[in-house]
Write a protein that binds this ligand. Structure first.
Ligand SMILES: NC(=O)C1=CN([C@@H]2O[C@H](COP(=O)(O)OP(=O)(O)OC[C@H]3O[C@@H](n4cnc5c(N)ncnc54)[C@H](OP(=O)(O)O)[C@@H]3O)[C@@H](O)[C@H]2O)C=CC1
Ligand SMILES: CC(C)(CO)C(=O)C(=O)O
Length: 304
């Protein structure tokens, strides 16, 4: 049987773990599309550390059409991946988008040459210690969740026999909003306070979080997510069980002086609220503050 041709675009925490796991299945022929040459990845999982050989491309003009693209850039870098998608995609390709936020299809579809877009909710934690060294941590339940249906089934098959567990759901939009609800508090608050999840043990931070969450729950409902009356409280309670020493992707980006994914998180809530005429002052405040931080980081990177 022909091996499945898979291109992983973006070799950060999430892409590194995805590339390592996909390479563990003999049925997958994996190529990594990255901005620097990496021939071997150290992959840590539980108590084990493995060396995974990688086939890496750094020049989009050398890429060829594949069956699957696993897009693992930050949301704001999706458009910069267009030269890769241009070479990798045909209408027979499926592009799985492993990014936080909503509206994956709108973000990536215009660059994907008629390929099928499959949004994926990422539950696992992928930490990048060095460009060639990543760790997979399971958080709870599935590691990835995709919509129920044929593309979702085929996507789950790519990870069979690997440490990544892929769930499928017919209520994808509800789960997408639940994940977004975690991100609209976890990411901006850790980034602004420059503290890991332990900061959520403070009663004042919990009060602020509930306000942000209640606004976002109303918007999610208006968008069709089946969110419960006590959704904000339940999300906060569940979230308080996450390890206090864990950071968030935005916290790490903030410390490293990189652009931030705020537009795809609180920005998505504010934009959807506008469509439904709903008030979201706290989410808008997060958006304004972190856009200022992000713009300053981006300007500094440019002048380096
Ligand atoms: N990390 C985590 O635990 C979690 C992350 N997520 C989400 O997953 C997504 C990916 O996050 P994460 O892996 O942490 O992000 P990272 O910043 O660690 O990785 C993104 C990678 O994309 C690369 N990249 C950006 N633009 C391009 C391009 N045009 N061509 C090739 N490579 C490119 C970057 O390259 P370079 O290294 O050169 O900058 C980087 O290696 C985000 O939406 C995030 O919110 C969701 C849940 C948990
Ligand atoms: C759930 C959380 C906050 C932690 O992995 C995340 O999605 C992120 O870091 O972006």
């Amino acid at each position: 049987m022909a091996r499945r041709k898979i291109a992983v675009v973006g070799l950060g925490g999430i892409g590194g773990v995805a590339a390592a796991c996909l390479s563990l299945s003999p049925e997958n022929d994996v190529t990594v599309c990255a901005r620097r040459q990496i021939d071997k990845l150290t992959f840590d999982h539980l108590e084990e550390s493995k060396q995974i050989p990688l086939k890496t491309l750094t020049d989009p003009s050398r890429a060829e059409p594949v069956d699957w693209v696993i897009l693992c850039t930050k949301a704001q870098d999706s458009a910069s991946a267009a030269p890769w998608l241009e070479r990798l995609c045909t209408p027979q390709t499926t592009v799985a988008v492993l990014q936080n936020g909503i509206s994956h299809e709108e973000r990536v579809g215009p660059h994907a040459k008629g390929a099928t877009i499959l949004p994926a909710i990422v539950y696992y934690n992928g930490e990048r210690f060095a460009p060639d060294h990543v760790r997979l941590r399971h958080i709870r339940g599935h590691d990835l969740l995709v919509p129920a249906g044929l593309p979702g089934d085929a996507f789950a098959a790519l990870f069979e026999g690997t440490p990544i567990d892929v769930g499928r759901s017919a209520e994808f939009i509800t789960y997408q909003w639940r994940k977004l609800l975690v991100n609209v508090i976890a990411n901006p608050i850790t980034a602004l306070t420059r503290q890991r999840l332990g900061v959520f043990q403070r009663p004042d931070i919990q009060g602020l979080s509930l306000g942000v969450l209640r606004e976002a729950v109303a918007v999610g409902r208006a968008e069709g997510a089946q969110l419960r009356d006590n959704e904000a409280e339940t999300i906060l309670e569940t979230f308080l069980g996450y390890p206090p020493e864990a950071g968030t992707s935005m916290y790490f980006d903030c410390l490293a002086g990189r652009a931030l994914e705020i537009e795809a998180l609180n920005g998505a809530v504010v934009a959807a609220a506008r469509r439904h005429g709903l008030p979201t002052p706290l989410n808008a405040a997060m958006l304004t503050l972190l856009t200022a931080v992000s713009d300053a980081n981006a300007a500094e990177t440019k002048t380096l």
